[in-house]
Design a protein around this ligand. Structure first.
Ligand SMILES: CC(C)(COP(=O)(O)OP(=O)(O)OC[C@H]1O[C@@H](n2cnc3c(N)ncnc32)[C@H](O)[C@@H]1OP(=O)(O)O)[C@@H](O)C(=O)NCCC(=O)NCCS
Length: 167
């Protein structure tokens, strides 16, 4: 049962979160390595120093070989990330290892994270490429597009910011 395979993301998960950030940011398309991410501030800010105050995440999969993670981190205006909406709303990153996709793990992790974040944060936001099938997952869980948030992303396609109210 998938719910039994979920646990909170702890500081020791930082190396695994770098791997998941690699998937979430589609870094392979740009010929990057996982190590390269640490040199790109626009991406490294999602994982660097994981376990800081306010960080909240879920790791999914077998204990000895996790295969997915969903996490939120709060960014303030001076350090606004791609899906920034305001200083009180943390931003979501989520990925499942390619071999484990489409089996419900992403949904289970996100549902758990939303439950954990409710009462702690007023909302969560994210930035997603308009053509990413993950948009259907976000819409199912109640995320809605932020009007006027479409931007041209690093890949030259369009990304949109989505927000899920938690209260
Ligand atoms: C998005 C992702 C985390 C979902 O996890 P998952 O375990 O595959 O998802 P589930 O099996 O619970 O749910 C399936 C939903 O995931 C999304 N999805 C499925 N395959 C996907 C893929 N290859 N890429 C992106 N999203 C996918 C769809 O929304 C799908 O819903 P649908 O069945 O209505 O089309 C995972 O597919 C992934 O890591 N994708 C690549 C990284 C990514 O795009 N991250 C989000 C960046 S904003």
């Amino acid at each position: 049962m998938i719910s039994a395979l979920l646990r909170p993301a702890v500081p020791a998960d930082e190396p695994f979160l770098w791997e998941m950030l690699y998937e979430a940011s589609h870094a392979a398309e740009q010929g990057l390595t996982v190590a390269d991410l640490e040199t790109i501030p626009a991406l490294s800010r999602y994982v660097d120093g994981w376990g800081a105050e306010g960080d909240l995440g879920v790791v999914g999969g077998p204990a000895e070989s996790p295969c997915g993670a969903a996490w939120v981190r709060l960014f303030t205006g001076a350090n606004a990330a791609y899906g920034y909406v305001d200083d009180a709303t943390p931003e979501l990153a989520i990925a499942v290892a390619p071999s484990a996709r489409g089996t419900g793990l992403g949904t289970a992790m996100l549902e758990r994270l939303v439950a954990d974040a409710a009462g702690r944060y007023p909302a969560m936001s994210l930035s997603v490429r308009e053509e990413n099938p993950a948009r259907r997952l976000y819409q199912r869980l109640g995320f809605a597009d932020v009007p006027g948030s479409r931007i041209v992303n690093r890949a030259g396609t369009t990304s949109v910011t989505m927000v899920l109210p938690l209260r």
